[in-house]
Design a protein around this ligand. Structure first.
Ligand SMILES: [Fe+2]
Length: 217
């Protein structure tokens, strides 16, 4: 039943955050977890119209499919629920990117909002979901007003914050960005699945930053 697939995904995400040690480091995660748990308890799960994107094949296609059996706590549950729900999910891409990034990028990138505006759980104060980036992609520098925490659920990536060094992160590791902190990612040689969470101004989408841009006014 499709409704259960959506609910299972919300539940898996709630479980991931609720028991995660990063909640102590990043209080925003407790906030997101609270909203997810409340929605599951009240059975407040929406059913946005399913929308397919090419990137979903990286999760489910035969040999190209991902290995969902992660030993890291909570990760396998989320990947399992995510993969099972693929056909009923509303896949999206950040609208401005479609006009800017290459066809190669757009065919290998997309995400699903589990909570947030238009998500499986409607919220105007918290947003979280799952994104996929194909092997080798470079996600150019971008920024947004929301505070953000990423967790790597599959594959690996180099993360750059501001003008800092590129830091490698693997499954189970996290990266935190302050509001408007510019960041970029370079993905490794496997499909990368990232869980992201936003709090604060979650209605404003990320936008790409040109390196030669003057400091934001
Ligand atoms: Fe971000």
């Amino acid at each position: 039943m499709t409704v259960d697939l959506r609910r299972d995904l919300v539940k898996a995400l709630a479980g991931f955050y609720a028991g995660h040690p990063d909640v102590d480091r990043f209080p925003m995660l407790a906030e997101v977890a609270g909203h997810l748990v409340a929605a599951v308890d009240a059975d407040r799960i929406e059913a946005p119209e399913p929308v397919a994107l090419p990137v979903a094949r990286l999760l489910v296609d035969g040999d190209a499919g991902i290995d969902r059996a992660s030993p890291v706590s909570g990760v396998a549950d989320v990947l399992e629920a995510f993969t099972a729900a693929v056909p009923v999910l509303h896949w999206v891409q950040t609208p401005a990117y479609a006009a800017t990034l290459s066809r190669q990028f757009l065919d290998n990138y997309g995400y699903v909002r589990v909570i947030g505006p238009g998500g499986l759980v409607e919220s105007s104060v918290a947003s979280a979901g799952l994104g996929i980036w194909g092997a080798g992609l470079h996600y150019p520098r971008h920024e947004h007003p929301a505070e953000e925490t990423y967790h790597v659920l599959h594959g690996s990536a180099l993360f750059q914050r501001g003008d800092g060094p590129w830091e490698p992160k693997g499954v189970g590791e996290s990266v935190h960005h302050d509001p408007w902190e510019r960041h970029a990612q370079r993905f490794g040689d496997e499909t990368c699945v990232l869980l992201w969470a936003w709090t604060g101004d979650v209605a404003v989408n990320a936008r790409l930053v040109q390196d030669e841009d003057p400091v934001r006014g």
